[in-house]
Design a protein around this ligand. Structure first.
Ligand SMILES: [Zn+2]
Length: 233
């Protein structure tokens, strides 16, 4: 089962038969494929030349019931929202302003039913149809917009604690992304905290930006968000 089908199983059916261009499902209730020319990752498409898109993928590419709070009041695409889908339970969604909820979804895994999480970062392109679906109580993987992250919740929580402690002493997001934190800053930490932070910083420096570190930096709470998390609305 695709993430889109898990999330949008009740999507409005169409009348076309064929193979879904996005997820590759064989369907008899599809819609005409309407992928924008801005969609550059053609390699993600299961069937790039197909003129059919299944109803759940069509719904994922379409608008949510929510409208912009601005004067324009235009409908907000589902691409703007992070999604948490569980078999047999209502779809949950959250904007970037609701990071604590998204964090709760991620750290609450695994779940006793099939589940999947897609985190929208830029909100500009819909990658949810390509997010992984996890088996009940099995391994944990999610889609951080373009990045597939496999994680173990307990280890992620430890990683997050270190990242948040580093944020608390003034380390910037840029420093966390490169692993190069000044000695002067690290001296604000206690000896055990330095011991906890050192392997993480070393790993980031030597192996570049690992998916699990990208997820921890994304989920971490900062006192003063520095403007790159403003989202689109
Ligand atoms: Zn599909």
């Amino acid at each position: 089962m695709s993430f889109a089908r898990l999330a949008f199983h009740d999507a409005k059916p169409g009348a076309l038969s064929g193979t879904c261009a996005l997820c590759g499902a064989t369907v008899t209730d599809g819609h005409p494929t309407a992928i924008s020319d801005n969609f550059v990752e053609v390699d993600l498409l299961a069937s790039p030349r197909s003129a059919v898109t299944c109803s759940p993928c069509t719904a994922a590419l379409g608008n949510s019931p929510h409208v912009s709070p601005r004067a324009s009041a235009r409908p907000l695409g589902w691409r703007m929202f992070s999604l948490f889908a569980r078999d047999g339970l209502p779809l949950e969604h959250a904007s970037k302003a609701e990071k604590p909820r998204i964090r709760g979804w991620v750290l609450g895994a695994p779940y006793p039913e099939r589940w999947g999480i897609h985190i929208a970062d830029s909100g500009k392109k819909q990658r949810a149809p390509f997010a992984p679906v996890n088996a009940p109580s099995g391994r944990c993987a999610l889609q951080l917009e373009t990045v597939r992250v496999e994680y173990e919740p307990a280890a992620l929580r430890v990683h997050l604690d270190v990242v948040e402690r580093l944020y608390a002493i003034g380390v910037s997001k840029a420093e966390l992304e490169t692993g190069t934190v000044s000695v002067g800053r690290l001296r604000k930490l206690s000896a055990p905290e330095i011991r906890a932070a050192r392997p993480l910083l070393h790993a980031v420096r030597c192996q570049s930006y690992t998916p699990i570190h990208a997820l921890a930096v994304w989920l971490a709470q900062r006192e003063n968000e520095d403007g790159d998390d403003d989202g689109d609305e």
